[in-house]
Design a protein around this ligand. Structure first.
Ligand code: SAM
Ligand code: DTB
Ligand code: SF4
Length: 354
């Protein structure tokens, strides 16, 4: 039996069983969304959405065989492989992202792992330092990294490292065979050890069963501390990948995944990530109601389309939402001095920041 009052209190727990997570996931959607939103507003403002901009700094030709990915060298897709971008070009793109209201800039590279002690990795570190100097929160997603690489990235100023578990451990081997689930967990451990914020989530709509979405949520919940960011991607079906003809997922399954993530990881920022071009405005609004409070902006994700600034601003205006004006690190700094337990403290927090 679920204790709804305990769930609504926003208590942080790392020991939800799959059965408990399933019971939350299967709640009547009215109750599920109400619960997710109540928990979300214990820790986050109701109307603020974090805007992150993605930039693919090294595109295509990846050695891994992730069945969803247009950048894998194992599949013939329309992606043109491109070597590592110059630092100057990366900084230009970051300046444009900042001008468009993004507070977080995420650089992605189609690497199995960044080449060790290479000129290329040095170049990434230099780009991180220069983007950081613009006042943007820097996030990177470069594949598997070890302790040393994690420390170098953290020292250069990377705030968050994105590395997804993608799906349940059971379904994982249907999707990727070139690296293991444990490899992913090891990278997450290195990221945490180096003091970076962890950004870790997955993809829905890859032909997985409901149990796999629940399995993914259970794996994420067991990470202690929870990932600060949890991206939930809806599969973007790309021609040439093994998942190009995958059956459409009922969008309410995505909504349920987001809501459940918000409830079982109450202090994590859940991101409505890839797949928004396939979603109606109403479906996106449901994801925000379910507690998603972050999106990727701009007209491109890494290689696939995204709705673009104008469309997003129009939707925000209709929904009364606004871009988060501060970075998560600034927010957490303020959080350190304030309790979030009462409505009063939330309004004080806003006075401090605005
Ligand atoms: N190569 C690095 C890695 O795999 O960690 C970083 C880039 S990779 C493209 C980042 C994440 O994007 C993947 O882990 C996956 O969750 C997501 N992704 C990739 N292709 C996708 C697609 N077609 N639809 C939805 N999400 C996708
Ligand atoms: C994440 O979970 N989603 C983003 C980000 N982390 C790096 C990537 C989505 C990629 C979608 C496919 C593409 O554009 O290539
Ligand atoms: Fe490579 Fe990342 Fe794509 Fe997998 S998801 S093929 S590791 S770029």
């Amino acid at each position: 039996m679920l204790n709804l009052d305990q769930l609504a209190s926003g208590t942080v727990r790392y020991d939800y069983t799959r059965a408990e997570i399933e019971a939350i996931y299967n709640l009547p959607i009215t109750r599920l969304i109400f619960l997710a939103q109540s928990v979300h507003q214990k820790y986050f403002a109701a109307d603020e959405i974090q805007m992150s901009t993605l930039l693919s700094i090294k595109t295509g030709g990846c050695k891994e065989n992730c069945a969803y990915c247009p950048q894998s060298a194992h599949y013939k897709t329309a992606v043109n492989a491109q070597g590592l971008m110059s630092v100057a070009d990366i900084v230009e793109a970051a300046k444009a992202a900042k001008a468009n209201g993004s507070s977080r800039f995420c650089m992605g590279a189609a690497w199995r792992s960044p080449p060790k002690k290479s000129k290329q990795f040095e170049q990434v570190l230099e780009a991180v330092m220069q983007v950081r100097e613009l006042g943007l929160e820097v996030c990177t997603t470069l594949g598997m990294i070890d302790d040393e690489q994690a420390h170098e990235l953290a020292a250069a100023g990377v705030h968050a490292y994105n590395h997804n578990l993608d799906t349940s451990s059971e379904y994982y081997t249907d999707i990727i065979t070139t690296r293991t689930y444990q490899d992913r967990l090891d990278t997450l451990k290195a990221v945490r050890k180096a003091g970076m914020s962890v950004c870790c989530g997955g993809i829905v709509g890859m032909g997985e069963k409901k149990e796999d979405r629940i399995g993914l949520l259970a794996q994420l919940n067991a990470l202690a501390p929870h990932p600060e960011s949890v991206p939930i991607n809806l599969l973007v079906k790309v021609e040439g990948t093994p998942l190009q003809d995958e059956k459409e997922l009922d969008i309410f399954e995505m909504v349920r995944t987001i809501a459940t993530a918000c409830i079982i990881m109450p202090q994590s920022r859940v991101r409505l990530s890839a797949g928004r071009t396939q979603m109606s405005d109403e479906a996106q609004a449901l994801c925000f109601l379910a507690g998603a409070s972050s999106i990727f902006t701009g007209d491109k994700l890494l290689t696939t389309p995204n709705p673009g600034e104008d469309k997003d601003m129009l939707l925000f205006a209709r929904l009364g939402l606004k871009p988060l004006a501060v970075t998560d690190s600034e927010r957490r700094e303020a959080e350190g001095t304030l309790s979030f337990q009462t409505q009063k403290s939330r309004s004080q927090f806003h006075e401090v920041l605005h």
